[in-house]
Design a binder for this molecule. Structure first.
Ligand SMILES: Cc1cc2nc3c(=O)[nH]c(=O)nc-3n(C[C@H](O)[C@H](O)[C@H](O)COP(=O)(O)O)c2cc1C
Length: 155
């Protein structure tokens, strides 16, 4: 089985750490979206898409790429790191993938550290930022491994 992970991790490489763990566990190819030029996904049986969350959204670069891909019948999964670490940020991309005929095999999210003042003055984000420190951590790594094992089992 041939698999590929495409990710965007422009802030602190939090998502890259998770992408690497998933790729190791599933023996997958791994591409930072920065390095994507001509991407031929024809030969892959499973494709993972990951991003950090920036202002409530995955990177626009990932949406732009997905828009160009022929995903009909492809097995896919989606993952993210964010300050809150919630899976709801994955929903928009999952909907788009499904609308292109892809088969969603799973969704994973965990916290990724951030410093609130890097992007906002809102007080609430100071608290969120503090709670995110140290993530992704060993427990997040274990959960990521468990997630990818379940994805592989479902194929
Ligand atoms: C510009 C910017 C905007 C962010 N917006 C959000 C947000 O809306 N919600 C959230 O939960 N985290 C937010 N974060 C925190 C990031 O999602 C978190 O640090 C993530 O792990 C970054 O991933 P990366 O290091 O792979 O780029 C934001 C971080 C930055 C730098």
């Amino acid at each position: 089985m041939k698999s590929l992970i495409i990710y965007c991790s422009d802030y602190k490489k939090n998502t890259e750490v998770i992408a690497q763990i998933l790729a190791d566990k599933m023996d997958s190819e791994l591409i930072n979206i920065r390095d994507v030029s001509d991407l031929d996904i024809e030969s892959y049986d499973l494709i993972g898409f990951g991003s950090g969350v920036y202002k409530e959204s995955f990177s626009p670069k990932l949406f732009k790429l997905v828009d160009k891909l022929n995903l009909a019948g492809k097995n896919v999964f989606v993952f993210s790191t964010s300050g809150v670490g919630m899976k709801f940020y994955n929903s928009r991309l999952i909907k788009i993938l499904e609308s292109k005929g892809a088969i969603n095999k799973g969704s994973f999210a965990c916290k990724g550290s951030f410093i609130a003042k890097d992007f906002t003055n809102k007080k609430l984000f100071n608290i969120m930022g503090r709670l995110s420190q140290g993530h992704p951590n060993q427990r997040d790594f274990k959960e990521a491994e468990g997630f990818i094992i379940r994805v592989l089992d479902s194929l």
